[in-house]
Write a protein that binds this ligand. Structure first.
Ligand SMILES: Nc1nc2c(c(=O)[nH]1)N[C@H]1C(S)=C(S)[C@@H](COP(=O)(O)O)O[C@H]1N2
Ligand SMILES: [Mo]
Length: 423
């Protein structure tokens, strides 16, 4: 990664004096620093998104979206949520990250007439409209994290290919819909059913209508997880077009790419799906660790399923400034761990020499994130970095640096770091 060396507190393009103030615990003297760099670079100098953002962060201008979202790419449109914007219990739609691989489809004029087909290894091919889905099944609402498989990618060194997400390729919303399992039951899975293949209405960037933009799938066991859902509402609102409305999949805990937006068809296959996004290095991590920066051998890769444990500081914001003499910092954050839960979150202000345990909340339901709080005593004025690390229910903790390097940068879950200046 091109770590920025021109910076310092006064000079950073994305640093302490770079931009707009944020309303958080303290007055903020800079724009949002790219955070979660996870390396040995002081957070005040870090420039995780440097290759993608030579002029500093490009802020999103999109109807209904918060202007503090950071654009990682505009063709296709990809925007992430700075960690400090993930401070709500439930992520509002306006703050939710956007990840498109193709062209954004036009908004459906008659959402209830939208058709979904279930075919392949089933006894009865189903064609069901959204209107029928809503009336035939009992809707359920669950708060669940949706996280891009590449979240944390910006922390890999050397840089991995793809959008340089910090930790903001994730959000936690309330999703309303029906368990996919119920619809699959109605279609009647054959014994040969092994894998799903998801299809959608968004056009490939090339404009070639014959090419799926992205078509991923999951093992049938995950498709039958009662939390894997076909959803049509987000935070109580009809699912917005930008998030896949009128209807999408939510496959919680696994890379967001399995959560097909603008869902038109699920084909049940008798073997692992091989659509765009399933093969080579896509959404896969090494079986045997590889030399960072090497080309890699596709035979040494396996599909990434559960996302790794992660925690973020959501307040104070990176770059926050506090008055001289401030003795205590009140911290808030979030943590989640793919299919697992988080059992512990710790915070440090001395580069990990000592750690303090945070107060961790329980998830509302499986796949919800867990909010945490902590109060840190400050030994003096000065520059501090708050580091946070979470440990999952199997005892696996976030590493100091993004490990298990891979060409497309999946699974990067280095500890999150935010810099603050006191006095
Ligand atoms: N049809 C379709 N579904 C898709 C995508 C896409 O490009 N097309 N992107 C996927 C990826 S990579 C992610 S991380 C999530 C992002 O969902 P969001 O844009 O609602 O945050 O949608 C997934 N579903
Ligand atoms: Mo993604």
């Amino acid at each position: 990664m091109a770590h920025d060396v021109e910076t310092g507190f006064g000079a950073s393009r994305r640093g302490f004096l770079g931009g707009t103030a944020l309303a958080t615990a303290g007055a903020v003297i800079g724009s949002i620093l790219p955070s979660g760099n996870g390396g040995g670079i002081p957070q005040a100098h870090a420039q995780a998104a440097a290759p993608a953002a030579p002029k500093g962060p490009q802020h999103l201008k999109f109807p209904g979206k918060n202007e503090k979202l950071v654009v990682l790419g505009d063709k296709p449109l990809v925007a992430e949520t700075p960690e400090s914007l993930l401070d709500d219990e439930t992520t509002p739609i306006e703050k939710f990250f956007i990840r498109n691989n193709g062209q954004l489809p036009e908004e459906a004029k008659n959402p209830d007439a939208w058709k979904i087909t279930i075919d392949g290894e089933v006894n009865n091919k189903l064609e069901i409209t959204l209107g029928e889905l809503k009336s035939k099944y009992k809707p359920v609402t669950r708060r669940m994290v949706l996280e891009c498989g590449g979240n944390g990618r910006g922390a890999f060194s050397p840089p991995a290919r793809g959008n340089q997400w910090t930790n903001g390729g994730a959000g936690c919303a309330e999703w309303t819909g029906v368990p996919l399992a119920e619809v699959l039951k109605a279609a009647g899975l054959k014994k040969s059913a092994k894998y799903t293949a998801h299809y959608a209405a968004d056009l490939h960037l090339s404009g070639d209508a014959a090419k799926p933009t992205i078509s991923r799938g999951v093992r049938i066991e995950k498709a039958l997880d009662p939390y894997t859902m076909i959803v049509w509402a987000m935070n109580g609102q009809p699912l917005p077009n930008i998030h896949g409305g009128p209807v999408r999949l939510i496959v919680p805990g696994w890379p967001g790419s399995a959560s097909q937006k603008w869902l038109t068809k699920i084909t049940i296959r008798d073997k692992e799906h091989d659509g765009p996004g399933m093969t080579e290095f896509s959404y896969r991590t090494p079986i045997k660790p590889m030399v960072p920066g090497d080309k890699g051998d596709p035979a040494n890769f396996r599909i990434l399923e559960s996302m790794p444990v992660r925690s973020i500081v959501t307040s104070p914001a990176n770059g926050a400034k506090f008055a001289a003499g401030t003795k205590e910092l009140k911290l808030r954050g979030a943590s989640w761990a793919g299919e697992l839960t988080v059992k512990q979150v710790d915070v440090s202000i001395d580069s990990g020499a000592t750690w303090q345990r945070a107060v961790l909340e329980k998830p509302k339901n499986k796949y919800d994130w867990q909010r945490w709080t902590a109060t840190l005593k400050l030994p003096s004025d000065g520059y501090f970095e708050i580091w946070t690390r979470a440990t999952d229910s199997k005892g696996v903790m976030q590493p100091h640096q993004a490990g298990l390097w891979n060409p497309q940068g999946y699974g990067g879950n280095a500890m999150h770091r935010v810099a603050v200046l006191v006095g």
